[in-house]
Design a protein around this ligand. Structure first.
Ligand code: KG4
Ligand code: ZN
Length: 347
């Protein structure tokens, strides 16, 4: 504790970013160092778990040192260490958790295991002071779901994908167009030059009740269309990306309207829709969701792009929120490859 500010070190290593950050109880991000492993996985077209784990192990110490240095904070000034405890690639999660436990044990300060999805969910409170409860749309490489965020460790699931995650659909489609992982940013860029009405793609489950998603039909239709156009000119790619992105925007907005109704029925005081996760970095999709929220008199909050994709600051902030409530973990916490948001209380 320095000048009454709680100071937390956060570590993220559950996928392909090694990251460490120092965040205070006053919502100051003193540092946020993110080392992407993209180049190491590029040749394989996706994240290779074994390569990821080895790379996290190789870099974690220097990334943590750099985060402390950049923040001008010594280990003695830290009040707690938070690490992503899952869900994610288990080899990487083990690296971050062991590092955090080691520091916590050495300094005799709390170790706070954080659910990676909860960290995405709480980022809007760090950046935009969003009060509980709010509706959350979590859209990332592995997830696509609506949840009511009632409080720390208290989430009500409203609906989500019944097959593929949204990011998976985007990344696999981008790969067929010849783009490297992650495909989302390239699709967004090409879509800016293309005609969004050039191709008609399916929107499974649209205009039906509830807020479940299905992306496998869209993925298959996109695949068929791409394979039929085997010469794939730049114009084709631009038009395809614009049409594909527009289709996803319409699906999200349609389901968003239903989810807002469902959420407001349960919690009439909700006045914010928060969008989080890597896909939330997409400005076009943010605009679609803003329109949908405004139709229900609700405002949309989306964290800045750098805090949408995986980073240590979101873990550190979730650590602050937990420590403020006395919610700390035990040093016997076991890293979890799977860890649904509904199971948060069992640590
Ligand atoms: O949350 P995240 O960094 O990792 C996890 O899955 O936890 O999300 C990664 C996903 C990838 O599917 C990537 O293609 C997508 O986020 N993404 C985007 C954009 N930036 C990243 N999708 C659409 N547009 C973007 N600008
Ligand atoms: Zn993530």
């Amino acid at each position: 504790m320095v000048h009454g500010r709680m100071i937390i070190l956060g570590i993220e290593s559950s996928c392909d970013e090694t990251s460490a950050s120092v965040v205070t109880g006053n919502k100051e991000i003193l540092s946020n160092i993110v080392l992407s492993q993209l180049q190491e996985h590029r040749a394989y077209g996706g994240v290779v778990p074994e390569i990821a784990a080895r790379s996290h192990l190789l870099h974690i110490e220097s990334i943590v040192r750099k985060a402390l240095e950049d923040a001008q904070i010594s280990l003695e000034m830290i009040d707690g260490v938070a690490a992503a405890g899952g869900p994610g690639l288990i080899g990487g999660v083990i690296v971050g958790v062991m590092m955090a436990k080691g520091i916590a044990m050495g300094r005799n300060i709390p170790f706070i295991p954080i659910n990676h999805l909860e960290a995405h969910a709480l980022t809007a409170r760090l950046t935009d002071d969003v009060p509980f409860p709010y509706l959350l749309l979590l859209i990332s490489g592995g997830h696509c779901q609506f949840l009511i965020v009632e409080d720390i460790e208290n989430y009500t699931y409203l609906g989500g994908t019944i097959d593929d995650a949204i990011g998976e659909c985007i990344d696999k489609t981008a790969r067929l167009l010849g783009f490297n992982y992650p495909g989302g940013p390239i699709i967004e860029q090409l879509a800016m030059q293309g005609d969004p009405n050039a191709f008609n793609l399916p929107k499974p489950l649209i205009r039906q009740e509830g807020c479940s998603f299905s992306f496998s039909g869209l993925k298959t239709a996109a695949r068929k269309l791409i394979l039929e156009n085997n010469e794939q000119s730049l114009t084709f790619k631009e038009d395809f990306c614009a049409s594909f992105q527009k289709t996803i925007g319409e699906i999200l907005a349609d389901k968003g309207k239903n989810a807002l109704l469902m959420a407001l029925e349960k919690k009439p005081e909700i006045n914010t829709l928060v969008v989080a996760g890597g896909v939330a970095a997409n400005q076009y999709l943010r605009n679609c969701l803003t329109e949908c929220a405004q139709m229900r008199g609700i405002s949309l909050v989306a964290p800045p792009q750098a805090l949408c994709t995986d980073n240590g600051a979101m873990i550190a902030w979730a650590g602050v929120e937990h420590l403020e409530k006395g919610l700390i973990g035990s040093l016997s916490f076991a890293p979890r490859p799977r860890w649904p948001l509904e199971d948060l209380k069992i640590k």
